[in-house]
Design a protein around this ligand. Structure first.
Ligand code: PEP
Length: 254
């Protein structure tokens, strides 16, 4: 089954408008739009609208890092799925470990967000991953399949879904999962997706790896059979690193 690789940069809470424009200019200068890789940048809310305009006509797509499940109302500080679409978003990250662990998002809340996002046509990058304790106690498979099982239901549109396996112990730590670990967990995730939908859907679904992906380790990770791209934090803030990871993905996943 051939799946088009997908690289998304998660800018987290970084970049002013001036920084963002400079970064996009550098990315544009170095990036090969014919690389055969889908590419998205997930910016802070304040940058979505101007970045949507900046990316207009480019093959790089826009994503957000969070969303609320209601379409409007008295939800101070929140942003609705419709607002993201109007700002030009195609993607939204849901279930990122920082949302789960720093902001206390529950599986129940995350499940509502996934449904609400898809309802307006947003593609969801759904993050799962185990903590170090969970890995060391041999619970990785149970944790990631549980996170998927409590939010991903057969009624969802699988074509609007990417799974990102992001071991919590690898995010922003400089510790990357070995290709063997990544492949093992990605295969578990694909089997779980097959149980929820069916094997053909699972075979077509893209599963990204995320957690300290850098230009130096991207090719080995991306060479794994079930790894279809990357969700990148720190390294996506430097154009040269981001583009070089995209090239590694193009060379290894294709
Ligand atoms: C992330 O936050 O999604 C991430 C993968 O971060 P980093 O690449 O910095 O580990």
């Amino acid at each position: 089954m051939s799946r088009k690789p997908f690289v998304a940069g998660n800018w987290k809470m970084h970049n002013t408008l001036a920084d963002a424009r400079a970064l996009m200019k550098d990315i544009r200068g170095q990036y090969d739009p014919e690389s055969g890789v889908d590419v998205a940048v997930c910016t802070p809310f304040t940058l979505l609208y101007p970045m949507g305009r900046e990316l207009d006509g480019m093959t790089i797509m826009l994503g957000a890092q969070n969303v609320h499940f209601e379409s409007k109302g008295a939800f101070t500080g929140e942003i609705s799925p419709e607002m993201l679409v109007h700002a030009g978003c195609k993607y939204v990250i849901i279930g990122h470990s920082e949302r789960r662990h720093v902001f206390g998002e529950t599986d129940e809340l995350i499940a509502k967000k996934v449904i609400a996002a898809q309802k307006v046509g947003l593609s969801v990058i759904f993050c799962v991953g185990e903590t170090l304790d969970e890995r060391e106690s041999g619970r990785t498979d149970e944790i990631v399949t549980g996170q998927i099982g409590r939010a991903i239901i057969a009624d969802l549109d699988a074509s609007l879904l990417t799974i990102a396996y992001e071991p919590v112990w690898a995010i922003g730590t400089g510790k990357t999962a070995s290709p063997e670990i990544a492949q093992e967990v990605h295969a578990v995730i694909r089997r779980k997706i097959g149980e929820i939908f069916d094997p053909a859907v699972a075979g077509a679904m893209r599963i990204q790896y995320g957690g300290s992906v850098k230009p130096g380790n991207a090719a080995d990770l991306m060479a794994c059979e079930d790894v279809d791209g990357a969700l990148i934090g720190g390294a996506c803030l430097a154009a040269r690193d981001f583009v070089s990871i995209i090239s590694a993905v193009a060379g290894s996943c294709a």
